[in-house]
Design a protein around this ligand. Structure first.
Ligand code: T5A
Length: 213
């Protein structure tokens, strides 16, 4: 059921796939089209969410965190973001661009961490209520490229999840490819290894086709 009059677009993909870059470029194009934009992210986007983000991917030693705890903390951030920000802002008619949403949990905790799909889906459903993205852009890059982009980042130490093995990166990529195949009506798969401008054009075409034609 659609509970809003705005447009909710999420960006997904593995580490360093270019979500932040593409959200910035899409935001510029939408502003030129006189749309009201809100950019947000997960985990985070609210005071509570940013505090939980610090636990999840901050610098504290949480090497003992089990996958179940991780799942619940990501879901807690999402529940807060949905109710505090997304629903009210969509009701105002905004275009919301969100860096990650429930598909990240399905892929990272469900597929890559191998938690049981049933509980992951139930917790995801509980966190989002009935709010689903109108469109999800999945930026696909090879796992090796993903790792290289993380390592090349200046002034940034890889976080706990970014320090995972290449097998974990590969499982994340495969997870997104699987989801894009399963849910073609919502997920659009875009080759994120192309030049930034080419990727941006592909993102724009996906948005234009859905919301401006
Ligand atoms: N997570 C999150 C879960 O496990 N479960 C969940 O439910 C949720 C919500 C979040 C972490 O939490 C996990 C997933 C993540 O591990 P984060 O810090 O928010 O961590 O990091 P990411 O979402 O992974 O985002 P990044 O900032 O690492 O990457 P982006 O935003 O995808 O990529 P971007 O735009 O910053 O680009 C990365 C680099 O690549 C270059 C950029 O210049 C930059 O240097 N680049 C390109 N280079 C070549 N060609 C292109 N087309 C390029 N586009 C960008």
């Amino acid at each position: 059921m659609k509970t809003n009059k705005g447009v909710f677009i999420t960006f997904e993909g593995c580490e360093g796939c270019g979500k932040t870059t593409q959200i910035g470029l899409l935001s510029e194009r939408l502003q030129k089209a006189n749309k009201q934009i809100l950019v947000t992210r997960e985990p985070g986007g609210t005071t509570v969410g940013e505090m939980v983000r610090n636990i999840l991917i901050g610098s504290g030693d949480i090497s003992k965190m089990c996958p179940e705890t991780e799942l619940l903390l990501f879901a807690a951030c999402r529940a807060q973001l949905v109710r505090e920000v997304l629903i009210p802002e969509l009701k105002k008619g905004k275009f919301i661009l969100c860096d990650r949403f429930l598909d990240s949990t399905t892929v990272y905790q469900g597929i890559a961490r191998q938690l049981a799909q049933g509980p992951v889906k139930a917790i995801n459903d509980f966190a989002v209520g009935n709010l689903m993205p109108d469109l999800t852009i999945v930026l696909d890059i090879p796992s090796e490229e993903s790792r290289l982009r993380v390592q090349r980042r200046v002034n940034s130490v890889p976080d706990r999840i970014e320090r995972e093995s290449i097998d974990f990166y590969a499982a994340v990529r495969e997870g997104y490819l699987y989801l894009a195949k399963e849910l073609p009506e919502r997920l659009v798969l875009i080759d994120g290894s192309k030049d930034v401008n080419e990727v941006s054009q592909a993102v724009w075409e996906a948005v234009e086709t859905r919301f401006f034609k």
